[in-house]
Design a protein around this ligand. Sequence first.
Ligand SMILES: [Mn+2]
Length: 397
Amino acid sequence: MVFSPRLSAAVILASQAAQILCSIQYPVGFANTGTLDALNFTEIFAAPEDKSNARWERDSFHGLTTFARASPLRCFGADGDSGYDVAVIGAPFDTATSFRPGARFGPNGIRQGSRRLGVDRINVPAKVRVSDHLDVVDCGDVPMVLTDNKVALRQLELANAALLSRTSLRSYSGKSIAKDGKFHPRVLTLGGDHTITLPLLRGVAGVYGPVSVIHFDSHLDTWKPKPMAGGPWLPDEEIPVSHGSYFWYAWKEGLLAPNNANIHVGIRGAINSWKDYEEDHEFGWVISHAEDVEDVGWKGVVKHILETVGDNPVYITLDIDVLDPGVAPATGTPEIGGITTREIKKILQGLSGLKIVGADIVEVAPGYDTQDEITQIAAANIGWEMLALMAKTPLTE
Ligand SMILES: [Mn+2]
């Protein structure tokens, strides 16, 4: 470094300024008053109506980042006895993807994208404030091992089942649609690659029986395990579930509502054979293509969905690649010609009245996002719409 006279003069000036600043007595200075022990920090930092940590997360740009500023809860630990109506969990898993990985960072990416949302803020077009109807907590992420997919998916299955087995904080007049007649919490899961939907569906089917699935995606995901094997496989070796075959397992296990009461929305991915479409129908589905939004409009798409699922309990799973990569580039298998954020909001809001027993948002891979986090913001807003649907309709018969 060249130490010029001008620079050394500047350094002297700066150090003089620092000395002056140090000698200034700042107006408050609790630490110097000797009264630190006497201060009631609960009164200073917590809102009068809420002695929890609400004040710490009141503004969108600071605090512990939970989904839409839901209260953080150690659902499997110290807070295991606390009640809630919706548990948000993260499923940081991406080792069953066929193309670009990275969705293990999805849960925290979606939380980051949700910082300007709030479970206690009003969703204007949906005309609902979630917290008026539901106590939503963020349980953090389920630990999923990185070395064995089978074990990881079983971990998620157990955690989800544990949350669903609880009784929800609120109960309702009328009969619950759950098989045991009780009211259970609902789970909103932040993925993770799409494979996570299989253990999650096992959970809701256990509580409610087979469910109608509304599947937003550009891909069918009903492929038999073999075509998804990813190359030659050893003789007699089991082909594990992947993010393209989990719905085949769900159908085989009887988790899906019968009579083709399940619908894919936004489909546009290339296929290897028309047989894929025939088998998809055989496995319990009907299809709404991405271009339907152009051809029949969001109202036509909503009508198709409502006609398909009827009065069944509904599980919503949304692969972020249902959106156009122009508005949501951060995903593993992007497909052009997708749905816009405005359209997905209209479609979701059109589902008001359905009994949503659970939901997930998957395949958000923040590593491919733009610097302004557009995919994460889109995913978070979709999760917020899902909560609004849950808030509007209790799970009563
Ligand atoms: Mn997909």
